[in-house]
Design a protein around this ligand. Structure first.
Ligand SMILES: [Zn+2]
Length: 246
């Protein structure tokens, strides 16, 4: 299973794994559990509560007391997409190599198993950017560098450039089920209006450049021989940025 994403950056619209903050440290995040009102407000504007007078025919119904009808509307009729993009931390290191064999998990909106995924929901009727949601996570993977070093990325958030061409979505219910899982009680209107899905997956064997904040650690898998220098690895902390090379 990919780690859960219980919160979201209100500006980058990146779904964040537990304990993960947006790399733009000034950005506010919001819970994806509950009614998602702070997110809905970013997307659709504040709720306007309008009391409408009863319709004329209701006044003519004998015995029925006239009541005003409360209508909830939003400031905007077009949603606003993510105004910013997630930022690679300035202290991140870059590392090029091949993703080693390791665990995989079923990718959302796909029948594939992969070490990691990224996806975007876009809406072309949106004002500004069409990106309404960025999601991505990994079950953890290691990258073997050409120089013999290893870069270990633990389970957590994953950012990857998604395919420029949208996926052909045959069944919209699959996307709705995925969104219900991500934000079970999001409320209305949906904070994730969409008309296109763009995805990317990370597989063992992929040639990649990983960028992440990393520390040097002793290799937990390494058995060092007599008089051999202890082996060390680079271990990522926080989200990893991965670019796949053809
Ligand atoms: Zn952000």
């Amino acid at each position: 299973m990919f780690p859960a994403r219980p919160s979201i950056c209100l500006y980058c619209r990146v779904a964040l794994t537990g304990g993960e903050a947006c790399t733009w440290l000034s950005h506010q995040t919001a819970d994806l559990a509950g009614d998602c009102e702070p997110l809905i407000e970013q997307v659709w504007g504040a709720a306007l509560v309008i009391d409408r007078l009863p319709r004329l025919w209701e006044l003519l119904v004998p015995g029925a007391p006239p009541e005003t009808v409360t209508v909830r509307e939003r400031e905007r009729d077009r949603p606003i997409g993510a105004p910013t993009e997630p930022m690679v931390p300035v202290t991140a290191v870059g590392f090029r190599g091949r993703v080693e064999e390791g665990p995989t998990a079923p990718v959302p909106l796909s029948e594939q198993q992969a070490a990691g995924f990224a996806l975007e929901l876009r809406h072309h009727g949106a004002a500004g950017s069409p990106v309404m949601l960025r999601d991505g996570a990994t079950v953890g993977f290691s990258v073997a560098g050409d120089d013999g070093r290893v870069f270990l990325v633990p389970p957590g958030g994953l950012r990857m450039p998604v395919q420029e061409r949208p996926d052909a979505v045959r069944d919209r219910r699959v996307v709705h089920a995925y969104l219900r899982h991500l934000a079970p009680d999001a409320g209305a209107p949906s904070p994730f209006p969409w008309d296109e899905v763009h995805t990317a997956i990370l597989m063992p064997g992929d040639l990649v450049t990983v960028r992440a904040v990393a520390t040097v650690r002793p290799d937990p898998r390494g058995i060092t021989g007599y008089r051999e220098a202890p082996r060390s690895i680079l271990m990522a902390s926080g989200a990893a940025w991965v670019e796949r090379h053809a």
